[in-house]
Design a protein around this ligand. Structure first.
Ligand code: UGA
Length: 438
């Protein structure tokens, strides 16, 4: 008989995992302590923007395979329970806040049946899985716990869940691996690489991967600083080094750097955990990765100041993009929104446009002005900043845009616009890591 699955925590990761597993034919029940989230999901509504997810969710609810509950006891007859709750950065520190993971384990331990498997997917500091497993066995000696980190990207969550580039399972017993192979049979039939690991290694794979990605981005942003100092062009440099397959061209897009709910907090939590383990020095370089990343935001603001004669007071600034990356409405630690807020705090009159993230951005920075329409955002602007590389911004006609603004200065914070066409339309064009020609 097919396994029954439960998902605890129906945020970004959990809602996607639940809908995708149901689409593979499993009976899935989703649980969350936030009742309002469950109410929405049960109606087929996704509380955040993620391409493809709402259609998939609706279809799976209709099929009867996917249900949601506010009562943890309803999870009792599931065979496998996925813990997908958040692990945000603690307030006032760098470590991960494990409150939600700990309480998810406590709640599920009470209902998991004999032979049931609890599977952690949340990003946690190394050592957490072993601790949680010990606690589970204390409360429920016939259950087991495995760790199965998730590598999905926002904006590609469905695709990444249904067709991951690898599956990593941290297990103590063969039986747990066998159950997980049953869960992921569809992926295995597509020859998705399967990596069996012990619990600490599985946890570390996730933070190591995100640290590597963050390092790649900060590396190219450091090269951007050097290019600026030496008169080089970081976009050409990135292209040239990227042809070496050992380096690879992805994640070498220089600009205002990484944000979101994962990369920044994961590298910080990794440093905090390494220190606890007495291995602080091994990941001390991540401090520099973080610093380079945050410096990119200041460097963009310096470009703005230079063009506005170091006086932002009362200047009209148009900002294209608030989300931390395109195809997402997530503004957690968004470089774009941080820059918008800093420029506003320096006295400028800022208008921010984003196709999806305005509602979330407004909650975070209610004092900022937002516009639903690109033309209105550009109107009378004295400088324009392109900070999240949505496709619609690449489709803006620079000639028409020039007729709307007061002063045609474009600062491309993502190195994603076609510089030639903006220059030939008469704009001054600035970008990080490139010669800032008129
Ligand atoms: C990241 C990882 O890519 C996923 O593999 C992982 O599962 C996820 O975190 C997680 O831990 O849950 P995500 O946060 O969705 O995924 O975003 P990314 O696509 O990694 O982008 C992160 C940030 O880096 C964005 O702000 C993006 O604009 C920036 N970035 C990315 C650059 O500045 N340059 C690049 O070349 C690439």
């Amino acid at each position: 008989m097919a396994l029954k699955l439960s998902v605890i925590g129906t945020g970004y990761l959990g809602a996607t995992h639940a809908a995708c597993m149901a689409s593979l034919g499993f009976e899935v029940i989703g649980f969350d302590t936030e009742g309002s989230k469950i109410d929405l999901l049960a109606k087929g509504k996704v509380p955040f923007y993620e391409p493809e997810l709402e259609d998939l969710l609706t279809a799976q609810i209709k099929s009867g395979r996917l249900t949601f509950t506010k009562d943890i006891k309803d999870l009792a007859d599931a065979d496998v329970h996925f813990i997908c709750v958040g692990t945000p950065q603690v307030k006032g520190g760098n470590a991960a806040d494990l409150t939600y993971v700990n309480s998810a384990l406590e709640s599920i331990a009470k209902v998991v049946k004999a032979g049931g498997l609890v599977v952690g997917k949340s990003t946690v500091p190394v050592g957490t899985a072993t601790r949680l497993r010990n606690r589970l066995l204390e409360l429920n000696p016939k259950a087991d716990l495995a760790w199965n980190p998730e590598f999905l990207r926002e904006g590609f969550a469905v695709e990444d869940t249904l067709h991951p580039n690898r599956l990593v399972v941290g297990v103590v017993n063969d039986q747990a691996e066998k159950v997980l192979k049953e869960v992921y049979a569809a992926n295995l039939s597509e020859n998705t690489p399967w990596v069996r690991a012990d619990l600490p290694t599985a946890e570390l794979v996730k933070v190591a991967a995100n640290s590597f990605l963050a390092t790649k981005i900060s590396f190219i942003n450091a090269m951007a600083e050097i290019c600026e100092a030496a008169g080089g062009d970081v976009t050409v440099l990135a292209k040239a080094i990227g042809y070496d397959p050992r380096i690879g061209s992805r994640f070498l897009q220089a600009g205002i750097g990484f944000g979101g709910g994962c990369l920044p907090k994961d590298i910080r939590a990794f440093m905090a955990r390494a220190e606890e383990l007495g291995a602080k020095q091994a990941v001390e370089f991540l401090k520099e990765i973080d610093a380079i990343n945050l410096r990119a935001r200041q460097r963009i603001i310096e470009l703005v100041r230079k063009d506005l004669s170091d006086d932002l007071q009362g200047k009209k600034v148009a900002i294209l993009g608030a989300a931390f990356k395109p195809d997402s409405d997530d503004v957690r630690d968004s470089p774009a929104l941080d820059i918008a807020a800093q420029i506003q705090a320096a006295g400028a009159v800022v208008t921010v446009h984003d196709p999806k993230a305005i509602a979330n951005a407004q909650k975070r920075f209610p004092a900022l002005k937002f516009a639903e329409d690109i033309d209105n955002t550009l109107k009378d602007a004295e400088i324009v900043l392109h900070l999240t590389e949505w496709k619609i911004y690449r489709e803006i006609d620079p000639i028409k845009a020039k007729s709307l603004v007061k002063s045609a200065i474009m600062i491309d914070g993502r190195n994603a616009l076609d510089r030639t066409s903006w220059l030939s339309a008469g704009w001054k064009f600035r970008a990080l890591g490139r010669a800032n020609n008129e």
